[in-house]
Design a protein around this ligand. Sequence first.
Ligand code: 9MG
Length: 279
Amino acid sequence: MTDLTHSFMDFSLPKIMAVLNITPDSFSDGGAFYAGNSQPDLSRVLNRVDLMLSEGAHLIDVGGESTRPGAEPVSPEEELARVLPVVEAIVSRFDVPVSVDTSTPTVISEAARAGASMINDVRALRRPGALTAAAASGLPVCLMHMLGEPQHMQLNPGYVDIAADVKTFLLERIAACEAAGIPRSRILIDPGFGFGKTLQHNLILFRSLPELVDLGFPVIVGVSRKSLVGAILDKPVEERMVGSIALGMLAIQRGVKVLRVHDISATADALKILQAVEG
Ligand code: 9MG
């Protein structure tokens, strides 16, 4: 592990993972850093990262394939062309760990070579070749639960027992990682709020967060601006910041170590308040 990765894996205090989508179509910030023809707009990206760091981000999560409900998959070549220049530019300019939001084996391998510090996979390394690429990268991995694929995941998702099903899935993926040579010390887990889940599923899962925390792996949660916040508040995406932060703080109180967020400064303030009260 590099020093950056090592420092990121210290979870004595909660961490902020800042979302940086290099896509034309992500649900709340699509297109902001995408210049068309697979090209990221690097000067805008670097300005944004500079701001993210000044606001309190601990980790930058770079993604080149939208995972919003209904999103179409992109080719590995297209994803690589969006993500790789961005990872290279960030690591050469800033002293901040970069995670790469990808399920694609070539992107995992190339991102690791370019200096990424973590792989964040919404498919929990289930794409053929992903486990092997992640093991060879030597990087920590975040295994997230998703039912189905983004294109169809919100069409009538069903579970026997959402909390137990998600836990069983994550335990199976942890076992697959260990069998592929990824040690437990490099595994983080994420229940995947909004990924193939109704509002009721999300709420039951949220209440069961302490059970996931008890598995002993750092837990990441992403609720920022998601439709579950919109459904509770009956608000559009641009009015979900306060609800997202409230939910984020409840997650931290339940033992979550990393929040994946869009609104960094406000999340950092909320964390400071929580930490001041809780000591
Ligand atoms: C990429 N991505 C979108 N939402 C996410 C979430 O909730 N968790 C993680 N780990 N990644 C996410």
